[in-house]
Design a protein around this ligand. Structure first.
Ligand SMILES: [Zn+2]
Length: 376
């Protein structure tokens, strides 16, 4: 084992430390190599020989985890996303890669292409190269899941989207033929994967320890997702979902990635979010980075919308973007500041609980123990 003294030791003091669960006012964080070695009262490090970074009246937090992005498909620069506070991104729909980064660069986890029905969403909108794979039998579905996991997928994504939800960002595409006619499958009648095929996808993914997330936006797709054992909705649905179905989703422990900022024009999204929250549903932060309306980094508006539409407290919104997302990814220490966690951290001056906007421009960013931004 390497001697501790051979690795760079960095001790970070800040007036406030959000450790992924709660805010502490007496804590300092010791980083050794790429990991957090210890978080304790400032006093406890009095005799440490580590290099000290004193952030003063600032708040240190875990780097944010963005669970719904498409940076590979849309060529969003990873270094900009990292400088703006996201240290881990999960690309759900785009080129497949084994996990990489996290060592001074953005940590990127991928699902690879989205599994859909032949001619299903998003093929008419975006084509099929790198973004979608059509399957038409259970066998094909299972083979596809195995191939994706073999190629590095940390999660499997399916699309269950008939299209046409008023206000949704995916309803406003412009794919008309030269004659001005719509595509053969009209925008609100895309074919959907049947439940038996989605069940096969879920079964195969679960066998290999992967969750399945579903792009859904309305009740037909949501019902298939719930009935086939999907683990996660990649959006809070845009259109009205009957309360009985939302209740079933919560009972089956389906978690929902928020993406409320890009869905702000959906008339039913607020009601769906409030009902899910009232039923005890769990939300995870995701803003859909790569969508043209979303900043390349932390989206303060997303955090605001999460608080407004789900009645979460600020601290719960921060948890949804850090510790709870880490657990959801089966990387329990990710998104926390505790011994053994990756040294992925951000800091802002003052207290972000009262000014989420500051999180979009952190004054300090560390990835895997390497300093990426330091304006202190
Ligand atoms: Zn998306």
């Amino acid at each position: 084992m390497a001697q501790e003294s051979e690795q760079p030791l960095v001790l970070i003091h800040a007036a406030r430390v959000f450790d992924g669960n709660s805010i502490r006012t007496d804590a300092s964080v010791l980083v050794v190599g790429g990991l957090i070695a210890k978080i304790d009262a400032r006093e406890a490090f009095k005799s440490s020989t580590a290099k000290v970074i004193d952030l003063g009246d600032a708040t240190l937090l875990p780097g944010f985890i963005e669970l719904h992005a498409h940076i590979g498909f849309q060529h969003v620069p990873a270094d900009i996303v990292l400088k703006h506070g996201i240290t881990t991104i999960r690309d759900v729909g785009g080129p497949l890669h084994k996990p990489y980064g996290g060592d001074g660069s953005l940590r990127v986890l991928t699902s690879g292409p989205i599994i859909t029905a032949p001619g299903g969403y998003p093929i008419p909108e975006l084509g099929s190269e790198n973004i979608a794979i059509a399957v038409s039998t259970e066998r094909q579905a299972r083979e596809t899941v195995r191939a994706l996991i073999h190629g590095g997928a940390v999660v499997i994504k399916v699309a269950l989207e008939p299209g046409g939800e008023a206000g949704s960002p995916w309803a406003s595409e412009h794919h008309h033929t030269d004659s001005g006619q719509d595509h053969p499958h009209s925008k609100n009648n895309r074919p959907l994967l049947p439940e038996n095929i989605v069940r096969a996808i879920v079964d195969e993914a679960h066998k290999q320890g992967r969750k399945v997330t579903a792009h859904i936006g309305e009740a037909k797709g949501a019902k298939i997702a719930v009935d086939s054992g999907i683990d996660e909705w990649a959006h809070i649905p845009c259109s009205v979902i009957p309360e009985a179905l939302l209740k079933k989703a919560v009972e089956r422990n389906i978690k929902t990635v928020t993406t409320l900022d890009i869905l702000s024009k959906c008339p039913a999204v607020a009601d769906n979010a409030r009902t899910l929250a009232a039923l005890g549903g769990k939300f995870l932060y995701g803003a859909e980075i790569a969508h043209p309306d979303i900043p390349w980094g932390i989206d303060a508006q997303e955090l605001m919308e999460i608080m407004r539409m789900t009645d979460m407290q600020a601290i719960d919104a921060l948890r949804s973007a850090t510790s709870e997302s880490g657990s959801h990814l089966n990387i329990p220490l990710l998104g926390t500041l505790q011994s053994g966690a990756p040294a992925d951290m951000i800091a802002v001056k003052g207290d972000p609980v009262h000014a989420f906007k500051t999180l979009e421009y952190p004054d300090f960013v560390m990835s895997g123990g390497k300093i990426v931004v330091n304006n202190f």
